[in-house]
Design a binder for this molecule. Structure first.
Ligand SMILES: [Zn+2]
Length: 273
């Protein structure tokens, strides 16, 4: 049902047949909605996704991603120094998400509490600011590992429709685990946010992996690192908790490319070991 059942890395090599130079842009990732795509090119090359410039590191690394309901057709352009612009279409496969429809629920009248509303707005502002960071680090280019070990209790993209009203989709992968279960950095990065008590997400941590790619960890019970601290892949950064609005302890792990919400499960081997 979900395309991450067919999870594997597809490597596209777009080799252009020039008589003398071999000009290549190599993409790694799944060409589907919710996916992060890592690119490699010659240093000095300019790269554009749908005509918007992407940051290319001095090593030639770049990255981009597609949201849950991203359009399926995109265009990558690139230009090596003193060369003409090359282009290639990127065609994504459409995913099917787990949508649960529940009818006949009694209507619930909710009067938002202004204090809570203000707090949620402030939480969103902090998270939004951290996700906007465009750090030069290249940590996104390393293969990611699971941030926690445990049963997958929630998947990316799933959504409930209550009395015909679509609710906000779920954007993380949920790993169930007892309070205190270790959470490790899935790739190298820098801690850009640690807040022990956000309204919905409770103990909330963001780790920046560079070029707009960040991991968010929600509902944590404890942090082992400080905001501004650099972390290495596999390093203990936090512990699973049940903080914020949850029904049980779990890690909700999200990956963003700036505002685009990506599916962590697409980057990883099929199961947490
Ligand atoms: Zn979740």
């Amino acid at each position: 049902m979900l395309s991450h059942l067919t999870r594997k890395v597809i490597c596209l090599c777009m080799l252009l047949m020039f008589p003398v130079y071999a000009i290549a842009v190599e993409l790694t990732g799944q060409l589907t909605q919710g996916s992060m795509i890592v690119g490699k090119t010659q240093p000095g090359t300019q790269v554009f996704l749908d005509d918007k410039p992407l940051k290319v590191s001095p090593e030639g690394n770049f990255v981009f991603g597609f949201g849950r309901d991203a359009e399926l057709l995109h265009q990558l352009k690139w230009q090596e120094p003193n060369q003409t612009i090359q282009q290639q279409n990127i065609v994504l496969t459409q995913r099917e998400y787990d949508v649960q429809r529940i009818e006949g629920l009694p209507p619930k009248m909710v009067t938002p509490d202004p204090a809570v509303t203000a707090r949620i707005r402030e939480d969103n502002r902090k998270v939004g600011a951290a996700r906007k960071i465009d750090d030069d680090r290249n940590d996104f280019a390393m293969p990611f590992i699971w941030a926690a070990k445990g049963r997958i209790s929630g998947v990316y993209g799933s959504q409930r429709v209550l009395n015909g009203q679509p609710k906000r989709p779920h954007f993380g992968v949920d790993v169930a685990g007892a309070i205190g279960t270790p959470v490790v950095a899935p790739a190298d990065g820098i801690v850009t946010l640690w807040e022990p008590d956000m309204y919905y997400s409770g103990g909330t941590m963001l780790i920046d992996h560079g070029h707009g790619i960040s991991s968010s960890f929600l509902h944590l019970s404890k942090s082992h690192v400080k905001q501004g601290q650099k972390v290495k892949q596999g390093e203990l950064v936090a512990e699973i908790g049940n903080t914020g609005r949850v029904t049980g302890p779990h890690l909700d792990w999200r990956i963003n490319w700036f505002k685009e919400r990506l599916d962590p499960a697409l980057l990883l081997p099929a199961q947490a070991e």
